[in-house]
Every structure is written in C-alpha cells, then in structure tokens.
Design a protein around this ligand. Structure first.
Ligand SMILES: [Zn+2]
Length: 469
C-alpha cells in the first residue's frame, strides 16, 4: 500500500482532444479515465504512444462515446491492455458503431498516406488499428448502471451519474481507500446542457475531494436568445419552397442529427412544416437513431411527453433514412426540393461531400451549418466565407447560401459549468483540475471558479503528475 494516490494527465491537458487520465490508487490499482484520439492535424505520433504501459492498467472507465474520449481504445487493446472496460449500456451500443467507423477511417487514412509513400519509395505505414482490433475491444466491455455503486475491490468503487452530453454519457465518481479514510475523485467527462432538446440535464453528483472538470467552453456563453427552430423553419421555407432548392444540413451522426429530425417532426405534427422530402443520408446516423430509440431512459420530460402523442419522434411521413449507396445516389436524381441531413458535421468525410459537389455551385440551394467546425476543415472554410473550396481535389465555387444556427451545442458553457458545480461545497474540494480546454479558456474559467470559492484550481500540462494525500 502507498500512502498516496496519484493522477497523471496524458491527454486533453491544455487541449480539447485525446482525453486520458491515469489514476494509481493506494493499493496500486491503475484506473484509466477515457482513452481518446488526439484529433488535431499531424497527431499520428501522439496517438501511437500513451505515456504509460497499457498492460499495467487494470480498468478503463469510459465517460462517453465521442471519439476524442474513446477512439484510441482499440489501439490500447492492440498494445497490450487486458483489463476490464466499464461504461454504460448505451455507450457500449454507440461505441459498437463508432469504433467500427473509426477503424474504417484509420484504414482509409493509411491507404491514402501509403499511396504517397509508395510514390516516394517509402515503406507503407499500418493503420492505428483495424476492424479486428475493434472486435476484440468490444468483447472487453462491461456495463455499469447510472446511479448504482460498482464495487471494484475492497478499496475501490465507482459511481456513474448522468452527464446529459450525448446518449449514454456519464460523469464518474471514484472512491478510493487511503490510510483508513476514503478519497473521492470526480471526473466530469463532457458536460451537457441544462436545456437539451432530447436529453436530461446533467445530474448532481456526490461531494468530491478532487474534481477533474472539462472546460471546452470555459470562456464562452451560448446565445440563448437565438430561436433555432424558427431559423430552421425559415431556411426550409426560403430554400425549398421559395427557390425550389436543396437544404443541406451537415450534422454529427449521434445527437445533432436526431435533434434536427425531432425539431422537424414537431413542426410536422404542429402543421408548420411545408410538404417537402427529408433524407437522413448517412449509414452511421441511421444506426445511431436506432440506438437512440432503445435508450429512452436518457430522454427529458419534454420529449417523453411528446412521445405520448407521437411514439417515434425521429420519423414522419416524407422522411427517409437511406442506407445503401444506390439510395444515396437516387437522392441526386430527384430534381425537386428536399432537405438532406448528412454526416460529417465538419464536412470532412462522409456522404455530405458528394452532396456538396452536386449542390454547392447553385444559388438556389442552402448549406445550413448547425455545429462547430474546426477552421481548417471544409466546413470551417465554408463558414468563414471562402468563395472557392476544393472537394475531392476539384475546385468548386460557393454559390449556395450559407446559413448558421449556433445555439445547437452539446457542451455546457461556463455559466452552465458553474451551475453544474452548485451541488458541491467549494471549501471541501481540495483540488480542482481543469482538463479538455484550450489554455485561454482554462485560465479565464479558473478565475471564475476562484471567485466562487474554489481556492485550489490548477491547469495540468500533458504528462504532469499530481499527488493526493
Ligand atoms: Zn464529448
């Protein structure tokens, strides 16, 4: 037995992707919190190395299915991890499609890089992991129920609470015995909104001694005056009815896609939605919607009440989910107006790119951006108003209208994060570590927290180790 507990920060430390935090308990048990992919450009090397030995870790706790929190798990297994992976049943379901999709992307990326390397006479590289690694990984998952204690051993137990961020997302409390006392470490994962359209609000959590808190929007407030549904309806009317065009909505497969479909479903029920065809054109979104329907325990009262009248809030006449490539191509043969919801949200991959090549040059069409786009992505370039963009190596003029709805977000802003901490007595929190944010956002947020009585706020750097005694 040691007479201390340690926490090492191996990812999402002063950055927003690659979440990985390693706890070593007093009895030597090693607990990894999340195992995400670093998603910035040129991150291949960062994703290959963990900073610690995967085979030494006893248990991996996964907060939610976003790739920046879970996308490196198959590589972790490939490199020797043989412990248990614990998460909620909904996260397990979502990861079964997300990790398979991620493996395909890894294999495609490697193929693309190898074409170049081949021309340069260099040896081919291997993908970070393959679909076989994903299959092995999925067998290692075990379910943890929200709001139920999970005993790991006589010294350690876990308690998952609802994070309200995406389907299945959880915050994790870890109780560890230290010198006949118990220390409680709380890890927020990513924290959702208090007024999500589908999910419940983030839940209160038990008083913690140490908190690891996300800070993605540590220096930002969401626009709460924007009427997103009205903007969506206006875009449908101006594009599809007045101009007879196509309304393209690039959206994340899980979360944003269902929020948009649900908003349209409500408009349809209320008689506001004009007669127009709607396509959800992404195999991943189609699967994600099926999973969403199975886990209504995460839904808030509003949508559950709506479902008493309309049991399936993700389906209505004129809405079609397309799976095959043929069905997807058939959308383009239809010259009439339509709404096309397709992944990926940042327009870097997926079928949305094919639709853009078809519709971006015609001014009767609209690209409606409903999510965050990294500045260097295709979505980022269209968002900032570039007049020409390259898609599949070809130049296209951006003649379509570009509109933005900014209030759809899965992350709490700093006011909501402070609200999230209302269940805590700041004087009892011995350390509060900010993770998952840019240093600018974290420094701003740290000051806000100090004003609230959190006197021990720190912003750990990658590889830094903190001792809890
Ligand atoms: Zn997330």
């Amino acid at each position: 037995m040691y007479d201390f507990i340690s926490i090492e920060f191996w990812g999402a430390a002063q950055e927003v992707t690659g979440s990985k935090h390693l706890i070593t308990a007093a009895d030597g048990t090693k607990i990894l919190l999340d195992c995400g992919l670093v998603q910035s450009a040129g991150a291949e090397e960062a994703n290959k190395h963990f900073g610690f030995s995967p085979h030494e870790v006893d248990v991996l706790l996964v907060s939610h299915a976003h790739i920046d929190h879970s996308g490196n798990i198959p590589n972790f297994v490939k490199q020797g991890f043989r412990g248990k992976i614990l998460t909620t049943a909904a996260t397990m379901d979502v990861l079964s499609i997300m990790l398979a999709d991620s493996a395909r992307i890894q294999e495609d990326d490697a193929e693309y890089i190898n074409k170049k390397r081949n021309k340069e006479g260099k040896k081919p590289i291997k993908p970070l992991y393959s679909i076989e690694d994903v299959e092995l990984t999925l067998k290692m998952f075990h379910e943890v129920k929200i709001n139920e204690h999970y005993t790991w051993n006589e010294n350690i137990s876990f308690y998952f609470t609802d994070a309200g961020h995406i389907l299945g997302s959880a915050c994790i409390s870890i109780d560890i015995k230290l010198n006949e006392e118990t220390r409680r470490i709380f890890y927020s994962g990513d924290v959702g909104r208090y007024k999500d359209r589908i999910l419940k609000a983030p839940a209160d959590f038990p008083q913690a001694d140490v908190i690891l808190l996300e800070s993605t929007y540590g220096n930002r407030l969401h626009d709460i005056t924007e009427d997103a549904e009205q903007k969506l309806l206006d875009a449908v009317k101006s594009t599809c009815i007045q101009r007879g065009g196509k309304l393209l909505i690039p959206a994340f497969s899980l979360g944003r896609t269902q929020e948009i479909v649900y908003a349209l479903d409500r408009m349809r029920t209320e008689g506001k939605l004009p007669q127009v065809k709607v396509y959800v054109d992404s195999p991943l979104s189609t699967s994600a919607t099926k999973i969403m329907r199975r886990h209504t325990q995460y839904f808030n009262e509003d949508i559950l009440e709506y479902m008493e009248k309309d049991p399936d809030p993700f389906s209505f006449p004129n809405l079609k989910y397309t799976a095959s490539i043929q069905e997807s191509k058939a959308i383009n043969d239809d010259e009439g107006p339509a709404i096309i919801i397709s992944a990926s949200g940042m327009m870097e991959a997926g079928r949305i790119k094919h639709h853009l090549t078809k519709y971006i040059e015609d001014k009767k069409n609209t690209i409606l951006i409903v999510g965050y786009c990294e500045p260097n992505t295709l979505g980022g370039k269209i968002l900032r108003g570039d007049k020409n963009v390259r898609i599949y190596g070809r130049e296209f003029a951006v003649n379509a209208n570009v509109e933005v709805i900014s209030s759809y977000s899965a992350h709490a802003d700093y006011a909501e994060l402070i609200q999230f901490l209302n269940c805590q007595d700041p004087s009892k929190v011995k350390s509060l570590y900010l993770v998952h944010g840019t240093i600018e956002a974290q420094e701003y947020f740290a000051d806000k927290l100090r004003e609230r009585g959190y006197n021990h706020v720190e912003i750990p750097a990658k590889g830094e180790r903190k001792i809890i005694s």
